[in-house]
Design a protein around this ligand. Structure first.
Ligand SMILES: [Zn+2]
Length: 231
């Protein structure tokens, strides 16, 4: 049977210790940057000729999904979310004119996707910023646009189920009511955030199928994903 798609676009950021690092704001007990370690070499005595590596990483390293618990105490965790959330219709909002560091207001979203958004969509916010991701420098963060309070409300009212970002998702409108107001508000409304995407410029159709399955981790607030779009 022929495949029901012509092309797979990989939206995932490379997990490469050479050029991937995570920001570590106050409150962390450990930094735990992404790192790989060989636990058994091919030629290890008694090792049966296999190599085995392990990784040190946060669940928020690279392309990942945040369950509501990330921002909401006792909120839904990854293993409690239906897998159907992570497979389905997605649309791209072209917001390249919001680089560098400008605000994304509800009128901008309306102009970009207002005519085609449907309830239950996964909305991918495109700036192409992460196509030159530099490991998460201060400059990268500052150049990232931010959603206004109204834009976040718009996404909730349109009943988006996932909001994906190809820029730093933690920037808020100046004077926002609280830190991480936008992602927190999305979490409070059950909307999944999916940061650290790239290659959104390679999506050449308006409506595509997104597949971004979390790992089957029990009791966690986030999971890495391999995010792809079928066209
Ligand atoms: Zn996260």
């Amino acid at each position: 049977m022929p495949a029901a798609f012509d092309k797979i676009v990989d939206l995932s950021l490379e997990l490469d210790p050479q050029n991937f690092a995570m920001r570590t704001p106050a409150g962390f007990t450990r930094d735990l940057q992404f790192a790989m370690e060989v636990l058994k070499e091919h030629d290890a005595p008694g090792g049966a000729g296999q190599i085995v590596r392990g990784v040190h990483m946060r669940l928020h390293a690279g392309s990942h999904v945040d369950a509501p618990e990330h921002n909401v105490r006792d909120g839904t965790q990854i293993h409690q979310l239906p897998l159907a959330l992570f497979i389905g219709d997605a649309i791209v909002a072209d917001l390249r004119d919001k680089m560098p560091g400008k605000s994304i207001a509800e009128a901008d979203l309306e102009r970009a996707i207002g005519s085609c958004v449907r309830p239950g969509d996964r909305i991918l916010l495109r700036t192409d910023h992460n196509n030159s991701y530099d490991g998460g420098s201060d400059e990268w963060m500052k150049a990232s646009p931010y959603l206004t309070v109204g834009a976040t409300r718009w996404l909730i009212e349109k009943r988006a189920v996932i909001v994906g970002y190809d820029f730093y998702h933690g920037n808020d409108e100046p004077g926002s009511p609280r830190v991480f107001h936008n992602s927190r508000t999305l979490s409070e409304h059950g909307v999944i955030t999916m940061p650290y995407l790239k290659n959104l410029d390679r999506i050449t159709k308006q409506r595509v199928t997104l597949i971004a399955l979390p790992l089957n981790i029990i009791g966690a607030e986030a999971s890495p994903v391999r995010a792809v779009v079928l066209m």
